[in-house]
Design a binder for this molecule. Structure first.
Ligand code: WTA
Length: 634
């Protein structure tokens, strides 16, 4: 059993120990996992290169910890409850024994198709059990998984396949989302036309939609499965072997492949799951995130399975067939711990209480929030109407790069305050710094959030480009990991995340680089230049506002042009990056050195034009007047 903190006093003693003697603390936590060989050294690190190594000299396999070691104690317990998109279709209950067998078979499918330790396997699948099975099958044989959210476009998928030089793709024929059917295989085919490293595409027959097969490249999962043995020895992995790559947006145009390695990630995902959610043996736990995001990796698949939990995997969306679906699923599967995003809460809140009423939510004990700041109104609605006033809310702050939850209340243990992520978890040493990089000591301060000491599941590199990792995270403030978030530490020492301080916007909990969206908009033939900023959006948290300069030689009606721009972004990145507002402008506010003054655009997008600040350094200050006048019409 993974060690669990049970009181606020225990939290403080664990925290103090973790800071005073981090190696001893993390060695103790690692003792509750299964190792083929234990470590020689707990931690070696420097943040200059950066180089971070946890549990050096050890051997293990994360799937033995997620599956094999539960077989004797809980082989017949449900590991995954799969709830399909269509509520009339039966849910699946997959026991640990069955999951183990399915993972071993899938691992053998990969092996039979030439996949070896260290090879990159891309997974582009809907939220079906085989998605989790695929992730674990890769880990079983030491292949590095790169899950790409199945809402990304063919061109985003191709970029990720090429960057990782993936050799195999695991996918499905089609997918369902709400009342839409999605041609997954078609998207993969289009991507593979531009991804020469991929030799095999293994296709799950799931939606029974028509597909075309490319001879020699595409094969059916079920045909391979029929030939695969159910026995597959786990590959003994060294601590710093790569477990997975997950692409995420940054302030530069191209998404980066965040690399996580296996031992430290395992210990941290397991430890934080048990503690943050205060998981009790037998609890049914539901995280609504897609496995295509880090939340799905750490807290739908790995964290719960490491703890022998029952984890719910939901294929659908919160509003299908109607806005009561989440509450129906909680009632149906008697969910005890529920983890979702503020955007979902705000959206469901908007539908009214009639969708909540009449559902038995009495099984709920703990509520979680992730992905973006949760505003007080949504916090109270969640607390009062879903938790009925008695379920603690854990507002968890973390990132793809951190691998696991960093700042969060331990549910029911740490006293909460709405919209505060509260206190750092044991092992996490946050610091706030000012613009010059000076540490802001004491309470009642606000600055940029950094972490000054390594933790086991931190980013090790960006795939194929270590320098990018150093520049992005370790060079802004010497000797510290910089998160990109602004943060306030209040008089009680509680942390409140204020949002990104870089050119990243957070739309419905999804990270989006402004440069990435601009690059996509600029692909439209009529677009000369564009600038994208975020603005407050009632449901999404932030919306995307695009200022676009068009070629006046292209005679096009502006509403048609706008819908074409939206379609272009959807095609290049995916529907999640579609601008909410587009303003066609004659010029952008630029300094004499040609830099766009986003500060001004942000103010306009927010509708706050009373104080645009100093515009005298602009090349052409009249541009701003035009933009302000035009904004009223958007
Ligand atoms: C934001 C998601 C406030 C933050 C796990 C961070 C949050 C980015 C919270 C990472 C929270 C995440 N409160 N902001 N509880 N959780 N964020 O990589 O800006 O998709 O830097 O990881 O989301 O997003 P990512």
């Amino acid at each position: 059993m993974i060690n669990r903190i049970n009181s606020f006093g225990e939290y403080w003693s664990a925290y103090n120990e973790s800071v005073q003697n981090p190696e001893q603390f993390w060695a103790n936590q690692a003792e509750s996992f299964f190792w083929r060989k234990k470590w020689d050294s707990v931690l070696e690190w420097n943040f200059e290169e950066p180089s971070v190594k946890w549990y050096g000299g050890s051997l293990h396999n994360i799937t033995e910890n997620c599956l094999d070691r539960h077989l004797f104690t809980r082989g017949n317990q449900t590991a995954i409850i799969w709830e399909p998109n269509d509520p009339t279709q039966a849910a699946q209950h997959i026991t640990y024994k069955e999951l183990h067998e399915r993972v071993c078979k899938a691992a053998n499918i990969l092996k039979n198709n030439g996949v070896k330790k260290g090879d990159r396997v891309c997974i582009y699948m809907p939220m079906v059990p085989e998605l989790a099975v695929s992730v674990l099958a890769c880990a079983r044989i030491g292949a590095i998984h790169s899950v790409v959210f199945a809402g990304f476009s063919a061109s985003s998928l191709a970029d990720r396949l090429n960057d990782a030089e993936a050799t195999v793709v695991l996918t499905s024929d089609g997918a369902y989302r709400g009342n839409k059917s999605i041609d997954i295989k078609g998207i993969v085919d289009e991507a593979l036309a531009k991804s020469p490293t991929v030799k095999r595409s293994i296709v799950l027959r799931y939606a029974n939609t028509p597909v075309t097969f490319t001879e020699g490249r595409d094969i059916w999962w079920h045909e391979e499965e029929a030939k695969a043995s159910a026995i597959c020895e786990a590959e003994p992995m060294e601590a710093e072997d790569m477990l997975f790559i997950l692409y995420t947006s940054g302030s530069t145009g191209k998404p980066k492949g965040v690399v996580h390695t296996t031992a430290g990630y395992m210990v941290y995902a397991g430890y934080t799951f048990a503690n943050v959610f205060q998981y009790n043996d037998g609890d049914v736990y539901w995280c609504t995130a897609d496995v295509g995001w880090i939340t799905g990796h750490s807290y739908l698949v790995y964290g719960p399975l490491l703890n022998g939990a029952t984890t719910v995997m939901f294929e659908g969306i919160p509003t299908y067939p109607d806005a009561s679906r989440f509450w129906k699923v909680i009632e149906k599967h008697k969910v005890n711990i529920f983890y979702t995003a503020p955007t979902a809460i705000r959206s469901l809140q908007g539908f009214g209480l009639e969708y909540v009423e009449g559902h038995d939510l009495s099984s709920l004990r703990v509520l979680g929030s992730v992905g973006e700041p949760i505003n007080e109104e949504a916090w109270h609605w969640y607390h009062d109407h879903i938790g009925k006033g008695h379920c603690p809310i854990t507002d968890t702050w973390w990132q793809t790069e951190t691998g696991g939850i960093m700042i969060a209340p331990l549910a029911g243990v740490t006293p909460t305050k709405p919209s505060f992520a509260t206190l750092p978890l044991p092992g996490i040493q946050p610091v706030l710094v000012d613009e010059k990089g000076e540490e802001l000591v004491g309470n009642g301060v606000e600055g940029n959030l950094c972490i000054k000491f390594p933790w086991p599941s931190m980013i090790r590199t960006t795939y194929g480009d270590h320098e990018r990792c150093r520049l992005n995270y370790f060079s802004t403030y010497a000797g510290m990991y910089f998160t990109g978030d602004g943060c306030r530490r209040d008089e009680d020492g509680y942390y409140r995340i204020l949002g990104r301080v870089d050119d990243v916007i957070n739309v419905s909990g999804h990270r989006m680089g402004t440069a990435e969206v601009e690059n996509a908009i600029n692909e439209h033939l009529a677009v000369v230049e564009s600038a994208v900023v975020g603005y407050p959006h009632d449901i999404k948290g932030q919306g995307i506002y695009a200022f676009v300069i068009c070629d006046t030689h292209v005679p096009m009606e502006s509403s048609l042009l706008k819908s074409e721009i939206i379609a272009t972004v959807s095609k290049i990145i995916g529907p999640i990056a579609k601008p909410d507002k587009i303003q066609i402008v004659k010029g952008l506010p630029k300094t004499r050195s040609g830099k766009i003054m986003r500060r001004i655009l942000r103010k306009v997008a927010e509708g706050d034009i009373s104080n645009l600040g100093d515009t005298s350094t602009l090349l052409d200050p009249t541009v701003v007047e035009d933009i302000v006048a035009g904004a009223k019409l958007v």
